[in-house]
Every structure is written in C-alpha cells, then in structure tokens.
Design a protein around this ligand. Structure first.
Ligand SMILES: [Zn+2]
Length: 351
C-alpha cells in the first residue's frame, strides 16, 4: 500500500486570517462573522501576522525550507459553506516546502516521511443537516468557521501502512503542540486528515490509481479507514476490477468508505493569484528570529533524556510525548531531573 496524507491544522490565533472576527470554538452559530468573512462585495482581506508566524514556526520545526516570496491564490468552487465561491489558498508558491518527519512505528524501525509542502489557507463554514437527532429536509449554514486560519501539510506518498500513518499523525501532533501553534484536537476539528491511498504489486515502481479518503475524525478512524480502503482496493483488483480516482467518505459507524465524487484535478479549480493580496515577502532576519524562538523539540529532548539522564528509550519516549509533562516531574525528582532545570532561559516559561 502507498499512502500520502494531507493534514489540515487550525493555527492558534486570536482572530481569523483575513478579518478581525474571533476564532473561539463553540460560539452560537453566525455570531463570529463580518462582511469580510461573509464575502460581501467590495470588502478587502488583510493578512493576520500571527497566522504567518505560526505556519513558519511549524514549518521550521518540520525541517522545511521557507519561501521568501509566496503568493495567495483563489481556489474556485461552488458550495453553500463558501460564501465567496472561492477559497483563498496557495498554489504554485506555498510558504514552505521540502520538510520531513521521522517516525518509529515499531521499536528500532525508524523511517523518514518527506513533507512536500505546507501552505496557508482559510477554512470554510459548516453545514448542519440535522438538529439533535432530527434530520432536516433543508440545511443550515454556520459561517463562524469561515476564514479561520489553516495550514495544510502535504506529505509525499512515503507511508506504507495504517500504523505508519497514525504514528506520523501522532508525531506531527506532538511537534505542533511543542511549538505551540495549534492544539491539534481532532474531535474539535482543529486537526483534520485526508489520506490518498493506492496499492501496487510488490516490486512495481509506478504508483497505482489513488482514492482520497475523507472524514476521519480520530487516530483510530485513520487506522480503520486506511485498513478498510486497502482491503477494498485489493479485493477489487484481485476480482479483475480497476480502482478509479475518486473521493470516498469514511463512516466510522459502518466501518466502510463510500464514493462521494469523482476526484477533481488541480486545474479544475482554476487557481489564479488573488489580486486583493500582495505577494507575501519574508526577510531572512524575520525567519531567523522565528527559528530562534523554537523550543527544544521532542526528538532532541528524547535523545537528551537518554544520554543525560540514562533513561531507557521507552521511558524517554513516554516522558517527552507531551511538552508540559516535565512540569509535574521536577518537584519530586529535582536531583534526577537537574539537567532539565538548567535549561537555557530562552526556552518556554511553562517548564
Ligand atoms: Zn470576519
């Protein structure tokens, strides 16, 4: 099996990406909206500096190259949760490219998953088709989420099992929480994952036709959905059939994927540079300042716990899974944890 993941992560900001509406979760429908995020004619977007900073810091933590010049583009499609009928995203010139994330799905079996690109974009709204358990014969639109800043992290098709996919997501979540740019809560939708899944015979270089699986709302559903989709494609091909390129929706209740639409290609969206936003140009100094603001990352801390404290790889991995866990360790184990207490002063004050 060959898997590439597209992960959408909500960037932690006070306001939306192109207007000053708040981004707090759980507010009453349509109480956090304005003419800009509702797409009224004649309004102009103004880019949120905090969103750019969050993406650049995340990208640096993932070993990416930051493009000093990037361009916003309109991705055009019609859907009731998208009031402008286009989404402001990035196409040919994303903010960051060529990163990587190391995973160890089984002890001693390390591998590197390449990250193709990370770009900045705005979220769409939300459609409600039911109130409580009552299905509606119409749909309601909530635009509170419209214009919330997202980064889309696109991996190369380097993942080879459902287990590798969930390990990749777990490591990604850990790093982004360390850097403090998102809470990565899949249940609240601040981290969402789509998987491009294909199969090919052992030894074949060329990739098979892929299906894109959407609607996976937990780590477990990512594992279950990929396992199911690979089994479905395998049965199809072994029965003499052919995989078609399409988007499929995962249902955790039914344990299956259902065809949603034939998969569109990039050119179907008629991307073009957004004339309302100037190209984003970042100086080397600005990027360097953000690089210096990064905390010690989980991998470095894990290595340090092993070498400085003599912890086993397992203990070191457990103790570095959450950034703030050391907070609880220090008072009782001051002697053992001495080297941690002597961290340089520019690190996070939460430790
Ligand atoms: Zn707004």
């Amino acid at each position: 099996m060959v898997i590439g993941l597209e992960v959408h992560v909500q960037l932690k900001t006070d306001s939306k990406i192109f207007c000053s509406c708040p981004t707090a979760f759980g507010a009453d429908a349509n109480t956090q909206i304005c003419p800009v995020c509702c797409g009224y004619p004649g309004v102009l977007p103004v880019l949120n500096r905090q969103a750019v900073e969050g993406l650049v810091r995340a990208a640096l933590a993932l070993g990416c190259r930051i493009n000093e010049r990037s361009v916003f583009a309109r991705k055009q499609y019609f859907y009731p949760d998208l009031p402008k009928n286009y989404q402001i995203s990035q196409a040919d010139l994303p903010l960051a490219i060529h990163g990587h994330l190391d995973i160890e799905p089984q002890p001693g079996k390390k591998k590197t998953v390449r990250i193709q690109r990370i770009h900045l974009e705005e979220d769409a709204g939300k459609l409600l088709h039911a109130v409580g358990s009552r299905a509606l014969d119409y749909s309601l639109v909530d635009l509170n989420r419209t214009g919330v800043p997202l980064m889309e992290i696109v991996s190369e098709p380097d993942i080879r099992s459902a287990e590798e996919a969930s390990t990749y997501l777990e490591n990604l979540r850990t790093i982004l929480r360390y850097v403090g740019v998102s809470d990565c809560d899949m249940e609240k939708g601040s981290m969402r994952c789509d998987a491009n899944v294909s199969i090919r015979p052992v030894g074949q270089e060329a990739l098979g036709t892929r299906a894109e699986v959407k609607n996976m709302n937990s780590m477990r559903s990512v594992r279950d959905a990929i396992t199911h989709e690979v089994a479905r494609q395998t049965a199809l091909v072994e029965g003499g059939g052919r995989v078609v390129q399409e988007t499929r929706l995962w249902s955790q209740d039914q344990g299956t994927t259902q065809s949603m639409r034939s998969k569109e290609e990039a050119h179907d969206y008629r991307y073009f540079p957004d004339p309302d936003l100037v190209p984003l140009e970042l100086s080397k100094e600005y990027v360097d300042t953000l690089r210096q603001s990064l905390p010690e990352l989980p991998e470095a801390r894990r290595v340090r716990y092993e070498s400085e404290l003599g912890l086993s790889p397992y203990d070191a991995a457990v103790l570095t899974a959450e950034k703030n866990w050391r907070t609880f360790l220090r008072p009782r184990s001051r002697g053992l944890m001495g080297p941690i207490a002597r961290r340089p002063p520019n690190r996070s004050a939460t430790g």
